[in-house]
Design a protein around this ligand. Structure first.
Ligand code: TXA
Ligand code: MG
Length: 333
């Protein structure tokens, strides 16, 4: 298959919308990461996303919409809290898990009776959704297990020849995936940390959201001075996406809590090619660049990537979730 390169002109967005309507796959920019989109209500089309990504089919999709009202066509119940949060944070990098209506096929939700919904702030993304006239199911547009793509070049690295089209639009401003917030219960629960943090939610709405207990591994990995893989005791994922190998480049990624330059020298002495990723305290820059840096270093043939961790609070908590996964929880002092 030849993957069409489309731009953000009226004509090309129309064409992309037509591909979605006819059951095809289109990669498109969002403010978080690029998504691999298909008609969320078309079982065949959604199945082909799983095939293209090599993704386990019990891992549910996020359904993207262009207006807040569209959520009511997909969710059977939107609580007052959920409505308040949508009003405050949509369009934007937050996804809400809600009870689903029958119209959403089970293949889209990985067999769950809930559906994850997001209204992206990317204009290109919303224009595509409107042009297609459909809600668009879209996971990140990478081969399952690899770092999420934040620009069209990184999408094509994984998906060229496998999908119908890519919209070569803006690169993703945020750079890590949306916050996934379960709003089906009394207390909103963060299943995947993202740009919208519990601190920001409380500051802007007074609503208290809590991290799912499976996310505590961000604070509890074992420091192993030998550099072996750390053990995470009792790690039980609740969001199905959390249990698979994730965000991993070809290179070995190691988080270095201590003197990163000393570690770099040690690895170099052994004859390994090493790169250091150090974002200082700049969590915005870390979020924006981490995934694309991993892909760039792979292209450069680097064998070991040493990463300086961020403070595990606020946006830093969300980034450390990604960094630890990409390192397979390998942390050294
Ligand atoms: O920023 C994003 O969210 C990007 C862009 C393209 O919008 N999409 C994305 O999709 O990251 P994906 O498929 O890579 O991640 C979806 C996450 C997974 O962790 C999945 O388990 C969780 O959302 N999820 C989806 N539906 C769910 C549900 N009904 N209940 C619990 N978790 C759900
Ligand atoms: Mg993903």
């Amino acid at each position: 298959m030849v993957t069409l390169r489309l731009n953000t002109s009226e004509d090309d967005i129309e064409r992309a919308g037509e591909i979605i309507r006819s059951g095809g796959l289109v990669a498109f920019p969002t403010e978080t990461v690029y998504g691999l989109g298909a008609d969320a209500l078309n079982e065949e089309a959604v199945s082909s996303i799983y095939r293209a990504k090599g993704r386990p089919s019990d891992n549910p999709m996020i359904v993207h919409i262009a207006t807040i009202d569209a959520a009511e066509e997909l969710a059977s119940e939107v609580s007052e809290t959920a409505a308040r949060l949508m009003e405050e944070f949509w369009p934007g990098p937050i996804t809400f898990v809600l009870h689903k209506k029958a119209v959403v096929p089970s293949v889209t939700t990985g067999g769950l009776d809930t559906v994850a919904i997001r209204m992206p702030s990317s204009e290109t993304a919303r224009r595509l959704i409107l042009a297609s006239g459909r809600p668009i199911a879209a996971p990140s547009a990478n081969i399952s297990g690899k770092p999420s793509p934040t620009n069209a070049g990184d999408v094509l690295e994984d998906m060229d020849g496998i999908i119908d089209a890519v919209i070569e639009g803006e690169s993703s401003k945020v750079g890590i995936e949306s916050t996934v917030l379960d709003v089906t219960g009394d207390i909103p629960v963060i299943l995947r940390p993202g740009f919208v943090t519990p601190e920001l939610i409380e500051e802007r709405t007074g609503i208290v959201a809590v991290y799912d207990s499976s996310l505590k591994e961000v604070h509890s990995e074992v420091l192993d001075p030998e550099g072996g893989a750390a053990e995470i005791n009792g790690f039980r994922p609740r969001s199905p996406g959390m249990k698979y190998k994730h965000y991993a480049p070809k290179a070995r990624v190691i988080i270095v809590e201590g003197d990163i330059d000393a570690r770099r020298e040690e690895f170099e002495k052994k004859g390994t090619s090493v790169a250091v990723l150090d974002y200082g305290e700049d969590s915005m820059e870390a979020a924006h660049s981490f995934f694309s840096d991993l892909r760039r270093l792979d292209r450069e043939g680097v064998e070991t990537i040493l990463v300086r961790p961020l403070a595990r609070e606020g946006l830093g908590f969300s980034i450390m979730n990604r960094m630890l996964k990409s390192a397979g929880y390998e942390v050294i002092i």
